[in-house]
Ligand binder design. Sequence first.
Ligand SMILES: Cc1cc2nc3c(=O)[nH]c(=O)nc-3n(C[C@H](O)[C@H](O)[C@H](O)COP(=O)(O)OP(=O)(O)OC[C@H]3O[C@@H](n4cnc5c(N)ncnc54)[C@H](O)[C@@H]3O)c2cc1C
Length: 370
Amino acid sequence: MSHHLVVLGAGYAGLVAAKRAARRLRHSDVTITLINAGDRFVERVRLHQLAAGQRLNELPLPDLLRGTPIGLLNARACAADAAARTVHLDRAPHSVGYDTLVVALGSRPHLGTVPGAAEHAHTLDGAGEAERLHRHVSRLAPGSTVAVVGGGLTGLETVAELAETYPALRMTLFAATGIGDGLSPRAQRHLQRALSRLGVTAHPGTRVTEVHPCAVLSDDGTPYTADAVLWATGFRAPSLAGEAGFATDGHGRMTVDQTLRSVSHPEVYAVGDAAAGHTGGAGTTRMSCQTAMPMGRQVADVITARLTGREPEPARIRYVFTNISLGRHDGIVQFTRADDSPRAAALTGRTAAAFKEAVVRSTVLAVRRG
Ligand SMILES: Cc1cc2nc3c(=O)[nH]c(=O)nc-3n(C[C@H](O)[C@H](O)[C@H](O)COP(=O)(O)OP(=O)(O)OC[C@H]3O[C@@H](n4cnc5c(N)ncnc54)[C@H](O)[C@@H]3O)c2cc1C
């Protein structure tokens, strides 16, 4: 009987994994099914642009899979039964059995336990939520305040994009730690200049502890006006893997060995944000497109090797740079060492913006190719 390889999630990691596996296993008796909650590929790295009202390219999954033998199931995976090697879905066929499973379900914004965050704050949890934020922000009167909570890459890119698009709004940025931590001194200076040029009021070292309909409250009790709030403090992997009994870390990511295979269930693999992969010297993988795509390629190679009786090579994830867009005409490309620490070298300004745009376009070319 044909071996059934099921890939959960058609984002950067899952789509690349499924397409590469299909190519590499084309002469083997393997059936590949890709299960995704939506019927299009979402360019998640552009969600801040969608929140600012820009249109994104339509990338229907059937188009991206045309000419491959991959079966696409447009359904949400609700649970996995590890003992029965079955995934349960929210619609027909309701369950799918697997011989090998790749979990590539990405991650979701983590709202934590901050009172009011779930009720009053927006997130960038997919295209629908980004469009909802845009509808809210675009209707605000001039002089209204938008608060972005989270000084990481998602918070920075979104506050800059919104500030550039809506100069009549007041933009505030809250970070429990510093803003742009992890950048070299030169890149840090550029970031500060860009935020002040865009009129963003930054509140580093300010932890937001409550969200109200028109304000946020910091840990020292100070209220800050906020007519719209974006919560962007971090992401967590979906609960499906942990609930199925697959070994996970404290962020819900699957714990995998050097070949991206679950340490608890050898027939299960994990890639992208859903996996805590190993890096060359930087601990576990950072949730990023930069690691999701190589993991997708490498899991396809590992599975191909095992299904064709060869010993797989360990996966190799290395960091080269971090890039941040600051609106459409400015940005930072921070070159990094293999352990993800910043080098002195960084690109800034228009060159960095053009570099980032080229990288983002190349990710779509890569998911088309697989
Ligand atoms: C605004 C923003 C900007 C970013 N910018 C950058 C950047 O510049 N560089 C960078 O490296 N990273 C960036 N990232 C992070 C990057 O987007 C993620 O790390 C990357 O998308 C992870 O890829 P993935 O394949 O693991 O998950 P995803 O791309 O999220 O794909 C997961 C897929 O699984 C599907 N799915 C989820 N749950 C289910 C379910 N239960 N059943 C079926 N399908 C399901 C989803 O619909 C989705 O298609 C950014 C993120 C955001 C939000």
